[in-house]
Design a protein around this ligand. Structure first.
Ligand code: ZN
Length: 173
């Protein structure tokens, strides 16, 4: 396994719509392994392919808490097939926008269809924090970031804070 390079806002790959995989083969599985390793190394709960510079439809998610057994979810070509009318507000962060967080309102539960690690077609009803993580990661596949769900003013403030953080980090490096 190898740790992959993370792409951060405002890299244009994060705004692109991604393409489907033809099938889940060994190359795809190796990529999923690398994505998971990268996500764990960065202490993230989810990672989408564009965040590591690949414009394809794949995400990995693991919402297990620290000290719990890892419970990775691999999703290839995922799509949301149902959204609840009920919504929930949850604070979100993103490895592509380091050190920033904001509250986002989304459907409280969603049903998704995807191919798993072995290429098997699966359906999953996601609720609670898993529903948040799934929607956040699937958004990445359509070039949407969580800040795109914020008001213009909130988004501008967050982007300003982010670029300040990125500059300071650069200086310290
Ligand atoms: Zn993200």
């Amino acid at each position: 396994m190898a740790k992959l390079k993370l792409y951060e806002y405002p890299h244009p790959i994060l705004k692109q719509k991604t393409e489907k995989f033809v099938a889940v083969d060994d190359d795809v599985r190796k990529f999923l392994d690398d994505m998971l390793e990268t996500m764990y190394a960065e202490a993230g709960v989810g990672l989408a392919a564009p965040q590591v510079g690949v414009s394809k439809r794949a995400v990995v998610i693991d919402i297990a808490h620290e000290g719990e057994e890892p419970a990775p979810l691999y999703m290839v070509n995922p799509e949301i097939i149902w959204r609840s009318e009920e919504t929930e507000i949850c604070e979100e962060g993103c490895l592509s926008l380091p050190e920033q967080r904001a509250e986002v309102e989304r459907p409280a539960s969603v049903k998704i269809k995807y191919l798993d690690y072995n290429g098997k077609s699966c359906e999953l009803l996601a609720e609670g924090f898993l529903a948040v993580a799934v929607q956040h990661e699937l958004d990445h596949l359509d070039g949407i970031l969580y800040i795109d769900h914020l008001s213009r003013l909130k988004r501008q403030m967050l982007v300003k804070k982010l670029s300040k953080y990125q500059k300071t980090r650069q200086k310290e490096a």
